[in-house]
Design a protein. Structure first.
Length: 152
């Protein structure tokens, strides 16, 4: 079973954010940035968990939906291309898995987390030294993206 992974660099970059209690908190910020911007990269990473932790179970389906959307865009597949959409979903989704994702789906989500981390690092420019500082910078970064990109 594939595991969620967080870049070694991301762990160091966010190490001062004491209010982020779990690695999944950092992973979540990175995933959202990666899926929103469509950026996926692969960095040396450490596995940390193979399931959505309790705090993130309520948004599991949202993240999976964003993953499907990002992967369809990446492949240039329109929503009305039913067979291509179905094929892509089958590659990403496994209803019998605790994450609802195939190993390939988890790998793609990890790639978006890596891409999101790189995007955050580039846009913020400096390592955040407090959670409020990070949240303000992250919110400004995401608002800028949404204001200048009309589709996800």
């Amino acid at each position: 079973m594939a595991r969620f992974q967080l870049s070694n660099d991301a762990s160091k970059f966010f190490e001062n954010l004491q209010e982020l209690k779990t690695q999944f908190d950092i992973y979540y910020f990175c995933i959202v940035a990666g899926l929103t911007t469509g950026r996926a990269d692969e960095l040396p990473s450490q596995e940390f968990v193979d399931y959505f932790i309790d705090d993130y179970k309520p948004v599991k389906h949202l993240l999976i939906g964003l993953l499907i959307n990002a992967e369809l865009k990446r492949a240039g597949i329109a929503l009305n291309e039913k067979e291509a959409v179905r094929s892509k979903i089958k590659k990403l989704i496994d209803p019998s898995s605790s994450t609802l994702l195939t190993d390939a789906g988890v790998a793609r989500l990890n790639a978006y987390a890596d891409g999101g981390y790189l995007h955050i690092r580039e846009k913020l420019g400096i390592k955040p030294y407090s959670t409020p500082e990070f949240i303000v910078g992250y919110t400004e970064m995401m608002n800028f993206y949404f204001d200048n990109n009309k589709t996800l």
